[in-house]
Design a binder for this molecule. Structure first.
Ligand SMILES: [Zn+2]
Length: 459
């Protein structure tokens, strides 16, 4: 199973997982902030918002996107003065959202909006995907991809800025609990949620149960105690392993979210599953119990889940504490998480499990039509495709480890965590040098394993 992929409607029957961010956050010291209030009604699908964006990235101040099912009532600056905007007629479109151009680039941009969405209480919708504002009769699910909040948009690069700090009041008619990604779930129909860390902002309001342990929160499903225990136990082992390796504790724990999808009837007919992870949320259709069940079963199913959980939990470090940006964005976000997941798989499930996993990654690279791009020649984040992010990147990190030894590799990973994102190859080497990897060793690794896009070291 490949984690952290962006979901497309065409591949809904596969188990895929979405990236926490599609683009690098801005380098400015002031981090983007989203504040305001949103009202939701899970019975009739009504949504109203009054939301302000401040500390927007410079290159994304001329436009914002908002879900195509939402109508903009008015746009104002932070002082309440009207702001001219375009998008009433022949609007630009970006996926599930409309693009609105803004005049005058005010420092703070406030958007009032209202909309209503179909409620699929019979779970018989023609489709469901991560960009839907999904009402299934007893819950509302809005991921960052749905643009349920206005998102700053860079019209030149056509990139959304989906991550933001937040201070949001949410009222939900019909909900029993409310959850925003990165905040504790609250029981009740209203609550104020805040995050000082930038996050992709996901809302889930539902009427189901909540289970909390020291290690996990399980939303919208009751699991047998034995399954809660096995899930909690595994999360603790992975957190301990990552914490030891990275030299700082994993200070957040995952929230497992059970979704009954809009098209669950069709999905059940085919036995298909769908999930996504937006750290610290791990959302899955059907049942969270399947993860716990696989862990209980042992063998290959358990190892797959250990690796998957370890990958997602590694995004606490790479994606949350350190927010990658620049040309190595995907390498710093996903290849590092994948590398840490392999370390955890080895520590928890043993050498045979880790070796088999690495062999699968290597064979995917060996059988690719074209050789991988040389890491020392990357200059655009988009240069690195999924096979690179989840396959070749982690293999390169493993090859560096075999060149420099475990202790220096650990120091290198800690260095990547502590440092601003390297902007070029010499920045990356600088982090290696500070980790005790001398120039000769680095250049030997580069020549043997990197330059020219080698599928394997020495070839
Ligand atoms: Zn990932």
């Amino acid at each position: 199973m490949t984690p952290c992929k962006t979901l497309l409607p065409a591949v809904l029957t596969a188990v895929l997982f979405s990236a926490p961010a599609l683009a690098a956050p801005p380098p400015a010291a002031a981090l983007p902030l989203t504040r305001g209030s949103v009202q939701v009604n899970i019975t009739n699908g009504h949504v109203e918002g009054n939301v302000c964006l401040s500390d927007r990235p410079m290159e994304a101040r001329d436009a914002f996107v908002l879900n195509a099912g939402l109508n903009v009532a008015r746009v104002t600056d932070g002082a309440g003065a009207p702001v001219d905007f375009d998008g009433w007629y022949a609007p630009g479109v970006d996926g599930e959202a409309r693009v609105y151009a803004v005049a005058g680039t005010p420092a703070t941009l406030c958007v009032q909006y209202v909309g209503a969405f179909p409620v699929y209480a019979e779970h018989d919708a023609p489709a469901d995907f991560k960009g839907m504002m999904a009402f299934n009769g007893d819950s509302a699910r809005f991921t960052e991809q749905s643009a349920w909040l206005p998102l700053s948009f860079d019209p030149k690069a056509r990139v959304r800025r989906s991550e933001s700090r937040y201070d949001l009041q949410v009222d939900c008619t019909g909900c029993r609990f409310l959850y925003l990604n990165g905040s504790p779930a609250i029981e009740g129909t209203q609550g104020r949620f805040g995050s000082d860390a930038t996050r992709p902002i996901l809302l889930f309001g539902g009427s189901g149960p909540i289970t909390r342990t020291a290690q996990v929160t399980i939303l919208n499903e009751t699991l047998p105690t034995a399954q809660v225990d096995v899930l909690s136990g595994m999360v603790k082992r992975i957190a301990d392993q990552h914490g030891r390796y990275m030299g700082q504790p994993l200070a957040e724990r995952p929230t497992f979210l059970r979704m009954v999808t809009l098209n669950q009837v069709e999905r059940d007919r085919h036995g298909s599953e769908w999930g996504f992870a937006t750290w610290p949320t791990i959302a899955m259709s059907g049942s969270v119990g399947k993860v716990a069940g696989a862990l209980q079963a042992g063998g290959d199913p358990a190892q797959q889940r250990v690796q998957y959980l370890a990958h997602e939990m590694a995004h606490y470090y790479f994606g949350t504490v350190n927010r990658p940006q620049g040309p190595y964005f995907w390498f710093l976000l996903e290849s590092t998480a994948e590398f840490l997941s392999i370390k955890a798989l080895r520590a928890i499930s043993g050498d045979a499990a880790a070796d088999a996993y690495v062999a699968r990654l290597q064979s995917a690279i060996d059988t690719q039509d074209t050789p991988p791009l040389s890491l020392d020649a990357v200059d655009e984040a988009s240069d690195l495709d999924e096979t690179y992010r989840y396959g070749y990147g982690p293999l390169l990190l493993l090859s560096l480890e075999s060149q420099v030894g475990q202790a220096r590799m650990q120091a290198f990973m800690r260095g990547l965590l502590a440092a601003p994102s390297p902007r070029n190859w010499s920045d990356l080497q600088g982090i290696a040098r500070r980790a005790g990897i001398d120039a000769d060793t680095w250049q030997r690794w580069q020549a043997r394993c990197v330059s020219g896009g080698k599928r394997r070291c020495g070839t």
